[in-house]
Design a protein around this ligand. Structure first.
Ligand code: NAD
Length: 332
């Protein structure tokens, strides 16, 4: 099987090449994003392997199908950038990696909370400048604070357990509550209740019509003053303009984002010598109480190994026509 990769970084190649020793597929790597501009490079490929910011709309899928591509392998959990209806219509099979080390993302969400709270990023720079003053570094105890988790799937569950480990009261909201978490003492409440009671809110639900701009002017208005909002899920869960207004009015006390609505033009690239035209991200980065990381929550060696292994296994199953319809990896 020949697989053409898009948005490839050196670390993707390293882990896929390693795992491919067990599969012997022909792997063809391209650094560029997948979109209408790059379809000419597809040459006798059976499969395309894409990532979070690739464009797999109906037009792109149709061209891929015309070029003989049969399988689309998303090497990520989210699939909001794939037109699944179009894929189905075209007879393309689509898979994703449903759960690759959910702890990687959950631990990063907690790292963002601890950094924003205890300001370790500022302390690190200060001490290097021989400034040993503590002024402005005061944080708060997580112990007995209320942490709200929106979306308690694989990642939300792992995060809720970590938050519980800090002695926080953990509230959860999900359209499908988990009995396992309830048994651990995690309390499911309505979204309104979670917004009103939480000192920290961490987003772990997928991006879909129902969750688009879940965090907006109205929902921010329901939150506690000085709330901390953490988003390691998908950028468009937050209406960025409203959160900027919330930060300016000090209603939002802290914001940690690993994902951003317009991230496809920025993230995963070195733009240090470029003039950035996106004024919104520049405004966000100018707040002292905002922490932005560039979609790195998944980025652990354990997760990369699992991503490569799960993706090539799914493609192998597709190729052998193996029935794995019940697997959460199969989208179409
Ligand atoms: P999952 O499918 O296991 O869990 C998602 C949960 O959200 C489910 O329990 C589902 O019932 C719930 N949900 C669905 N609609 C909801 C709604 N309207 N309100 C509240 N909850 C709702 O997914 P996961 O593996 O936990 O991943 C969650 C998200 O994290 C993914 O969709 C992806 O966008 C994001 N993600 C980010 C990174 C990163 O590196 N930053 C890495 C992996 C995944």
């Amino acid at each position: 099987m020949k697989v053409t990769f898009f948005s490839t970084k050196p670390y993707d190649k390293e882990f896929f090449d390693k795992v491919n020793k067990d599969f012997n597929f022909e792997l063809d790597y391209f650094e560029t994003h997948l979109g209408p501009h790059i379809l000419n490079v597809i040459d006798h490929s059976d499969a395309v392997c894409a990532f979070v910011n690739d464009n797999l709309n109906a037009e792109v899928l149709q061209s891929l199908s015309q070029k003989g591509v049969q399988y689309i392998a998303m090497r990520c959990a989210g699939f909001n950038n794939v037109d699944l209806e179009a894929a189905k219509r075209l007879g393309l099979r689509v898979c994703r990696v449903p759960a690759y080390s959910p702890e990687a993302v959950a631990e990063h969400a907690m790292a963002m909370i601890l950094t924003l709270n205890r300001k370790t990023h500022k302390a690190y720079n200060r001490v290097r400048e021989q400034n040993f003053s503590l002024n402005g570094l005061m944080g708060f105890n997580l112990y007995q604070k209320t942490i709200g988790v929106i979306g308690t799937g694989n990642i939300g569950k792992a995060f809720a357990k970590i938050a519980q480990g800090f002695g926080a009261r953990v509230l959860a909201y999900d359209v499908a509550p988990s009995e396992g978490l309830q048994a651990l003492g995690i309390e499911y409440v309505s979204l309104d209740n979670l917004l009103a009671q939480s000192d920290i809110i961490s987003l772990h639900c997928p991006l879909m019509e129902a969750t688009h701009h879940l965090i907006n002017k109205e929902s921010i208005g329901q939150m506690k003053e000085n709330v901390m909002i953490i988003n390691t899920s998908r950028g468009a869960l937050i209406d960025t303009k409203s959160v900027i207004d919330g930060l300016k009015s000090k209603h939002v006390g802290y914001l940690g984002i690993d994902v951003y609505e317009q991230e496809e033009k920025l993230f995963f690239r070195d733009l240090s010598h470029t003039i950035i035209e996106d004024d919104t991200i520049q405004r966000l980065m100018s707040f002292p109480n905002v922490l932005v990381t560039a979609h790195q929550a998944f980025f652990t060696s354990e997760a990369l190994l699992q991503i490569a292994s799960s993706t090539l296994t799914s493609l192998s199953n597709f190729g052998q026509n193996k029935d794995f319809e019940n697997s959460q990896a199969v989208l179409v």
